[in-house]
Design a protein around this ligand. Structure first.
Ligand SMILES: Nc1nc2c(ncn2[C@@H]2O[C@H](COP(=O)(O)OP(=O)(O)OP(=O)(O)O)[C@@H](O)[C@H]2O)c(=O)[nH]1
Ligand SMILES: [Zn+2]
Length: 325
């Protein structure tokens, strides 16, 4: 295995040179636990914690390290532990509003493609699908809709057609994860060591699909409840898996609520214009400070946006950051 198989690129390597010179090594967060992260490096997978300085510097909670993030690590001599010194710029970030809380929650970072998984048994719901599409549109990743359990429907073409009406231009694939039907067709999305994220309700078959992609039973799966076809929330952690032939997959626990997160919404102030601009920044975790290709600073420079309002917006985002993970 090479680190490239995990999505590390020549461009990222070049950007990392100055950190490498300072003794840091690159890694990718593959698992998130209460007290530590699992991080894969070129050589090994290890446990790491964020430095206090990194926690304090985060503008908002979703800036903290999460699954899929590329990070700069410092290895401690001796005990095999490591510290996360920096979260590297994200090419995409799948973020939602944490349920019941005024804060953003990072679902996955640096995903190239998101499979929005749905199924005919109980879960099928177009408005919900639209909300998931919005989440993906905000993330910077490309959406693909996967209609799983197509064996349970006698009108797959009708359902696919309905999906197409709300998602013009978005690829839709009808598959059967359990039997493996149609899997080969969607494996193309991993080409070039891309990272695919899976989102969707509990019980639609995300873990079954993950296992198919990996060729092994990496994730536990469970029958949906018979009376309402709902899942049992079998997957409890977000996790990144490397595929045997390159490319990686991030499985996420089934989501009940899907609410878009737009920082500052709770403040009484209206930051819609800044939020919309921020979606155009090159990096999803842009703080609008010194990052290259920052659309917000560019608008300030053009005189289209008031610098003080931007400062207020950044301040609001900072205040909604919670210190605990
Ligand atoms: N009929 C049918 N059942 C399937 C298919 N794919 C998955 N299932 C079943 O659906 C149930 C739920 O699958 P999971 O993979 O656990 O669903 P999940 O989306 O990962 O659920 P959470 O982990 O709770 O988010 C299991 O009993 C699977 O065997 C399929 O293609 N057809
Ligand atoms: Zn910016």
């Amino acid at each position: 295995m090479t680190f490239e198989a995990l999505g590390w690129s020549g461009e990222r390597q070049a950007d990392f040179a100055v950190r490498a010179a300072a003794g840091l090594i690159p890694g990718r967060v593959v698992g998130e636990h209460r007290s530590h992260f699992r991080v894969a490096t070129e050589a090994i997978e290890l446990s790491a914690e964020m430095t206090g300085r990194l926690r304090n510097a985060a503008v908002q909670r979703s800036d903290l390290a999460g699954v899929g993030d590329f990070v700069a690590l410092r290895l401690a001599t001796g005990d095999g532990s490591a510290s996360i010194e920096e979260v590297l710029p994200r090419t995409s970030a799948l973020v939602r509003k944490a349920s019941g809380e005024e804060r953003p929650q990072l679902l996955a970072a640096n995903v190239d493609v998101v499979f929005i998984v749905t199924a005919p048994d109980g879960d099928f719901n177009l408005p919900r699908l639209e909300r998931l599409l919005t989440l993906v549109a905000d993330s910077g990743a490309a959406p693909v809709i996967v209609l799983n359990k197509s064996d349970l429907s006698d009108d797959v073409a009708g359902m696919t057609g309905e999906i197409t009406t709300i998602a013009p231009g978005v690829p839709v694939h009808a598959i059967g994860a359990r039997s493996g039907d149609g899997i080969a067709e969607i494996e193309q999305y991993f080409a070039g060591n891309r990272t695919v994220g899976l989102i969707g309700s509990s019980g639609v078959g995300k873990s079954t699909l993950t296992n198919q992609f990996l060729g092994r039973a990496a994730q536990a799966t469970q029958e949906v409840r018979a009376h309402d076809s709902r899942g049992r929330h079998t997957t409890t952690h977000r996790q990144l898996f490397l595929r045997p032939h390159g490319g990686s997959i991030i499985d996420t626990p089934g989501m009940r609520g899907v609410e878009r997160w737009l920082p500052g919404n709770d403040s009484g102030g209206n930051f819609d214009d800044i939020q919309t601009l921020a979606l155009e920044c090159k990096f999803s975790n842009c703080r609008h400070e010194a990052e290259p290709k920052c659309a917000v600073r560019a608008a300030v420079a053009r005189g289209e946006l008031d610098a003080e309002r931007v400062a207020g917006y950044v301040q609001r985002a900072r205040e909604t950051k919670s210190s605990a993970r």
